[in-house]
Design a protein around this ligand. Structure first.
Ligand code: GTP
Length: 597
């Protein structure tokens, strides 16, 4: 145990986490050329393209220091706010963290919030000033920022370049000398923390764990505390670039477990593994059942593909337990699913995977967060509103509560004004403003989660010219004036276009939605009125003017094949349309509310 070091890397996206991990693996000789890929830890295609580590894994390195052989377990952490619970569990599995800061960009909001998580878990922090090779690097100033943040000595900050190899040996030296070895009871009953899992279609779910007390042996009869299910540990082993099966994983070490579980939902990140016959009395603290934050309807473009969509979603859920869905139907779109996601990035990933891996073409409806409503008749009964249609009639409604977040934004002093205006427009209330340095300011806001789900990231980037970073955590529900805005096309309500909006925004957004839909809905043989309404009250109106000419008119008497081609073309266009009543709505119209500005 005294030769084990468990650590993770805390870094803002693009500050060089993956590159540094590669360099450490190289330096410790943990990689053979054949196994080498450009980015070793990111091995899902989609992840590589987006440059975001979606699912964390772990990797073991051997390193000889002053004649002694050490085992270093690097536990990877996802780099996006949608996955902050998983980050917290990875951190809980470590004794130390490398805090990697880009020498040109300095500290960002995401870095700070993950750093706080690490400090709460008593991790030893090793500050690394990365990218010192860059001409734009500002090592003195950024070192000062780090010293201010951590209260450490400037000499503790290791100047490094994951690209050229500067500082790598110093980092390894610090990992061994500064990060404490794990402490744990070798003789106590098995107690291990699950910090991640991955679905493998051939072997079932692979569970990654850190042993806190006792050990886990091949073929041991084990139990997961939170789910209460028991299994045989068919295979245990350590994680190098490939998995190495072992007879036993001992106290303090990190490994993988295979039990033949076929459903990702049985393996919950944060759960405790223990011995089935001699269980631990104390589960690892901090377990949470992750709850979806954002909901949207997903419908097949072709109604006939409903069953295929269901099968695809079920397969997706097998390897992504944080995806939840229930069947729902819409008058406009037919049968589909109401799906819950961890955040907007997760929604986009699921949509993309459905299209790429399952070849499905889907319509996604306007996302909303989960509200709680109460009626006058039963003021104590919570009504969960995950769908605009769940909101009780305004006349029966007592109140609605909406989820709020604490937002932290770090920006340059020059952009404080525009960032504040944006947050206030998004119903934010400033709670704190502090200068980290003379140039960099941290702003804290309490804001409704719903406001950041839409276009907040993009707007923030624009108003700060890219010089702002953003992070948030939920702080509970607050009473809110929420209304349902419906859209009527040609007098018919299109349920899939309904949105839940704050009363103060409803008129403005209702108007913009009508304008946007007017752009998106093609002209047809008749005038199409587009109306936005709250209850029976029309709040806005636009009209798509009737088409004058018959498209085939000019072909009469002409070349028949040309006419056929034209019809063919029209038909193709139709495939991506949805007929609602007698109006054809293009697919992108269902997400129009997201693209209003
Ligand atoms: P995510 O996976 O998106 O979280 O990013 P990351 O933090 O893992 O960053 P990554 O390692 O992918 O590096 C981001 C970019 O910075 C890449 O283009 C790297 O080549 C580059 N980079 C990383 N380290 C250094 C460095 O020390 N010097 C220079 N010049 N570039 C670096």
């Amino acid at each position: 145990m005294k030769h084990i070091r468990n650590f993770c890397i805390i870094a803002h996206i693009d500050h060089g986490k993956s590159t540094l991990a590669d360099r450490l693996l190289d330096f410790t000789g943990s990689v053979t050329e054949r196994e080498k890929q450009a980015q070793l830890l990111d091995n899902m295609d989609l992840e590589r393209e987006r440059g975001i580590t979606i699912k964390s894994h772990a990797i073991q390195m051997d390193y000889v220091h002053e004649g002694e052989q050490y085992t270093l377990n690097l536990i990877d952490t996802p780099g996006h706010v949608d996955f902050s619970y998983e980050v917290s569990r990875s951190i809980a599995a470590c004794e130390g963290a490398l805090l990697v800061v880009d020498a040109a960009q300095s500290i960002q909001a995401q870095t700070i919030s993950n750093l706080y998580l690490a400090l709460e878990n008593d991790l030893e922090i090793i500050p690394v000033l990365n990218k010192v090779d860059l001409p734009s690097a500002n090592p003195e100033e950024v070192t000062d920022d780090i010293v201010d943040l951590l209260g450490c000595d400037p000499e503790d900050v290791i100047p490094a370049s994951a690209k050229t190899g500067i500082g790598i040996e110093e980092i390894l030296h610090a990992i061994i000398t500064k990060i404490p070895a794990p402490s744990g009871k070798v003789d106590a009953p098995l107690r291990a923390l699950i910090f991640d899992s991955v679905y493998n279609p051939f072997r079932g779910v692979e569970t990654f764990f850190r042993v806190i007390n006792g050990s886990i042996k091949k073929n041991q009869h084990i139990k997961f505390v939170a789910t209460g299910k028991d299994y045989s540990a068919d295979e245990v082993g350590t994680l190098k670039l490939i998995q190495h099966p072992k007879q036993e994983i001992k106290t303090g070490d990190v490994g993988y477990l295979i039990t033949g579980i076929k459903d990702a939902r049985e393996v919950k990140v944060g759960d405790t593994i223990t011995d089935a016959k001699n269980p631990t009395t104390e589960a690892v603290a901090g377990f949470e059942d992750v709850k979806p934050m954002v909901f949207a309807g997903i419908y097949p473009v072709d109604t006939e593909d409903y069953e295929e969509l269901r099968a695809s979603m079920e397969k997706l859920q097998l390897n992504d337990a944080s995806l939840v869905f229930t069947p729902e139907s819409s008058a406009a779109l037919g049968f589909g699913f109401r799906c819950g996601f961890l955040g907007m990035l997760h929604l986009e990933i699921i949509q993309e995977r459905l299209e790429r891996e399952f070849d499905m073409t889907v319509i996604t409806t306007v996302p909303n967060v989960s509200y709680q409503a109460y009626t006058n008749k039963h003021p104590d009964d919570i009504i969960l509103v995950n769908n605009p249609s769940d909101l009780p009639e305004p006349s029966t409604l007592n109140r609605v509560e909406e989820p709020f977040i604490k937002a932290s934004i770090i920006t340059k002093a020059d952009y404080v004004g525009p960032v504040m205006s944006l947050c206030i427009e998004k119903r934010g209330e400033i709670t704190n403003q502090s200068y980290l340095t003379t140039e960099r300011v941290e702003l804290s806001f309490d804001m409704p989660l719903a406001e950041i789900v839409f276009d907040f990231y993009d707007r923030l980037k624009t108003v700060s010219r890219g010089y702002a970073s953003f992070d948030y955590s939920p702080i509970g529900l607050r009473t809110s004036k929420l209304v349902k805005v419906d859209v009527l096309l040609n007098g018919n309500k299109v349920d899939a276009l309904s949105a839940l909006l704050h009363q103060d925004n409803a008129y403005d957004i209702g108007k913009k939605m009508c304008e946007k839909l007017k752009e998106l809905i093609p002209r047809q043989q008749f005038d199409i009125p587009i109306q936005a309404a709250i209850g029976a009250k029309i709040i806005s109106r636009e009209t798509v003017k009737a088409l004058r000419k018959d498209v085939t008119a000019k072909c009469y008497g002409g070349d028949i094949s040309r006419k056929r081609k034209l019809l063919e073309k029209q038909k193709k266009g139709k495939k991506r349309m949805r007929q609602v009543g007698n109006v054809e709505i293009p697919q992108e119209a269902f997400m129009a509310v997201l693209k209003l500005n």
